[in-house]
Design a binder for this molecule. Structure first.
Ligand SMILES: Nc1nc2c(ncn2[C@@H]2O[C@H](COP(=O)(O)OP(=O)(O)OP(=O)(O)O)[C@@H](O)[C@H]2O)c(=O)[nH]1
Ligand SMILES: [Mg+2]
Length: 668
């Protein structure tokens, strides 16, 4: 027998990806805010010798096709690929969460219902009897905690029963509700011969009444012109989605009647919302939380940076060893100056990536990140954005590519493009590894001032960029915040969190190492020469363009590193390393076969403070990297806007560098 396919369906934040990860051992993004999964993801598992395929679908509030994610979800279900649909509901907010089930009613793929987050509901003092619900629905129903590894045996059994029994949802009571609506019965009779396999006339009628564009178009294709006219008249006279929504909630009330009992409990974390949602204190509290989060990220970062420092000490012994065995200069240069040096940078960078992922992952799990979006909803509205845009911005502190992908939850195209355009101004994890490092080398104890200046410039940059871009992207009537939901607080699940953090750090390590190595090797080779510095290819070009690069306060080596940073910020540091400490030696300090000194010393000897300041600003606000560029195109599907944003960032980075340089000249 071929493997049965299970589709995971449920509202955003109901725990689908948590379940998917536990079943398949894969690592989908999990976090306590709605709208993380935006692509369908497939995996497989076996139980009792039988193979199963499972699809993690993007969360959607209903089976309507209002946004990209909902279309992905509905297309998958209606394609008939799934043998059974596992519908997840959040037990801690069952009424709202079961809306998806009500909207599913009328689709013929067998299903079963998982009341997830049983532990959260229990903490809230809710007692849920799944048997009562099961009897009314006619499908297997179970209470479950996706984060509890011990609960899975029962899950498998429930799933297996649903597949074996091909369990169908009992929709009689729901249909009775719909029949109370004006025009429902007539329309349903009219649509009873519509040829749309997999959907009952009830489902089609409800979607037609809700004026679902996709369903209406499909119905038009199958119905006679008389029937289409009747449908249009009846739909126009109906109460639309308000009417059908009322029926769904009435049905849910009926199902929950006698199934849920509540006792009052004291909500501990819930008290935090009094501060976060406070009129005056909300914003300062959120800003403070983010700042403390960033600071706390340094704690786990420091030991990793220590490992980096230890690794860097290998460089000279390695060079000595290679020379002793008469290894050619070019090879030992590549191994020591490019290989060992690149790994050193990447380890340093990784410390911060690890810290940020851990701390912000924790805040996300608890539900605090969702509060941050909520609090800034209004402010974002003023920029032409939504509260949902805050999440991509915060994610971009780690990785712009993640930020761009995260913007997919924004259902308005213009706001999505604008969000991504602004997210580019947020320095990513790689920039955050380079900025403190270079700032410390050049400005010593003043490094924190540079970091604050970068943050302030970022805010100003975002504000100006919003002004420039929003006119063409966001219509006046869309300039309002969205109503955001606040998910209930969860206690963090450390095991899953740490697995995620280590996984992310490992992925970043290899991805970043590849970029750094590739860019460094290319630039190092271009700058390598055995017959004197002046004959190297890069030197000739560099010297030729220096009058131009000096306009922006950068010697040519730094300018080349700036160009390399468009491919990946990590690459910039590799290039500096390669250009300033190349084995062929561009500088006197390293000539005469003398041991190459610490890259920091070389930098200090060759780059002035104003030049360093210009460079730091140039690479920080340059386009993030080639991968972010690709991710942006993938999200907004527009070559024109992707190119516009990229050109804008290259030009503004150079302008900022020029300003920083002149400010630097005034100070030093
Ligand atoms: N306490 C508790 N937390 C859970 C449980 N299941 C999931 N979570 C947490 O709930 C949050 C949402 O889980 P996800 O798996 O990301 O939800 P999703 O349905 O995939 O969400 P979207 O992709 O946004 O649609 C995460 O913080 C999970 O760790 C559970 O049974 N108990
Ligand atoms: Mg998910």
């Amino acid at each position: 027998m071929s493997a049965a396919t299970i589709a995971l369906l449920g509202q955003p934040n109901s725990g689908k990806s948590t379940l998917f990860n536990a079943l398949t051992g894969l690592r989908q993004h999990v976090g306590n805010w709605p709208g993380k999964t935006v692509e369908k993801k497939e995996g497989s598992f076996s139980w009792q010798g039988q193979d199963y395929e499972v699809a993690d679908l993007p969360g959607s509030y209903s089976m309507s096709a209002n946004s990209d994610e909902e279309v992905i979800t509905r297309d998958f279900i209606s394609s008939g690929k799934a043998d059974v649909v596992c519908i997840l509901a959040d037990s801690s907010q069952l009424e709202r969460s079961l809306f998806m089930l009500a909207d599913y009613a009328g689709i013929s793929v067998p299903c079963f219902l998982i009341l997830n987050m049983a532990d959260v509901a229990k903490e809230q003092g809710k007692r849920i009897d799944p048997k009562v619900i099961e009897e009314k629905l006619g499908i297997p129903v179970m209470l479950f905690s996706a984060t509890d590894t011990k609960a899975y045996e029962t899950f498998y059994q429930t799933m297996e029963r649903a597949i074996r029994e091909k369990s169908q949802l009992n929709v009689k009571a729901l249909e009775q509700e719909y029949e109370k609506l004006d025009g429902y019965s007539e329309l349903c009779a009219e649509l009873s011969d519509a040829d749309l396999a997999g959907f009952t006339p009830m489902w089609l009628t409800v979607k037609a009444m809700e004026q679902d564009k996709v369903v209406t178009a499909k119905l038009r294709n199958t119905l006679s012109s008389d029937a289409i006219r009747t449908m249009e008249t009846l739909v126009k006279q109906s109460q639309g989605a308000i009417g059908t929504g009322g029926c769904k909630f009435a049905w849910i009330d009926g199902i929950l009647d006698g199934a849920v009992t509540e006792t009052k409990t004291k909500a501990t974390l819930g008290k935090l919302d009094r501060i976060y949602t406070h009129k005056f204190w909300g914003k300062p509290a959120v800003v403070l939380t983010v700042l403390l989060g960033l600071l706390a990220s340094f704690i786990p970062a420091l030991p990793i940076m220590g490992i980096g420092a230890a690794w860097a000490m290998l460089k000279e012994p390695a060079r000595a060893g290679l020379t002793a065995i008469h290894c050619p200069d070019i090879v030992s240069g590549l191994i020591c100056d490019v290989g060992i040096q690149s790994i050193y940078y990447v380890i340093n960078m990784l410390g911060f990536v690890f810290g940020v992922t851990l701390v912000f992952g924790l805040l996300e799990e608890i539900g605090i990140m969702a509060r941050i979006s909520y609090v800034f909803d209004n402010t974002m509205g003023k920029l032409g954005l939504q509260g949902k845009s805050v999440m991509p911005f915060l994610v971009s502190f780690g990785c712009t590519m993640g930020g761009a992908a995260g913007a997919r939850v924004i259902d308005n195209w213009g706001q999505k493009v604008l969000t991504i355009a602004l997210a580019w101004a947020v320095p990513c994890g790689a920039a955050w590894a380079i900025i403190p490092m270079l700032s410390t080398v050049f400005f010593g104890a003043w490094a924190p001032v540079i970091i604050v200046a970068i943050l302030l410039t970022m805010l100003l940059h975002m504000w100006i960029t919003a002004k420039i871009f929003s006119r063409g992207l966001v219509k006046q009537e869309d300039r309002c915040g969205m109503i955001m939901e606040l998910p209930p607080y969860h206690k963090p699940k450390w095991g899953a969190l740490l697995r995620y953090v280590f996984g992310r750090t490992k992925d970043t390590f290899f991805r970043v190492l590849k970029v750094v190595l590739l860019v460094s090797v290319v630039f190092w080779l271009l700058s390598y020469s055995t017959s004197g510095v002046e004959s190297s290819f890069l030197y000739k070009i560099g010297v030729a363009i220096e009058p131009f690069t000096k306009l922006f306060g950068m010697p040519w080596q730094l300018f080349v590193a700036f160009i390399a940073s468009s491919f990946g910020k990590e690459g910039a540091v590799g290039v500096i390393g390669a250009l300033y400490s190349t084995g062929g030696s561009l500088y006197d300090i390293t000539a005469n076969g003398a041991a190459i000194e610490d890259i920091n010393q070389i930098l200090l000897a060759n780059v002035t403070r104003p030049e360093a300041l210009a460079f730091i600003f140039a690479i920080t606000f340059n386009l993030p990297c080639i991968v972010a560029l690709a991710a942006t195109y993938q999200e907004i599907h527009s070559v024109k806007w992707t190119a516009k944003i990229a050109a804008y960032y290259t030009v503004t980075a150079l302008i900022l560098a020029c300003i920083a340089y002149h400010i630097g000249l005034l100070i030093w």
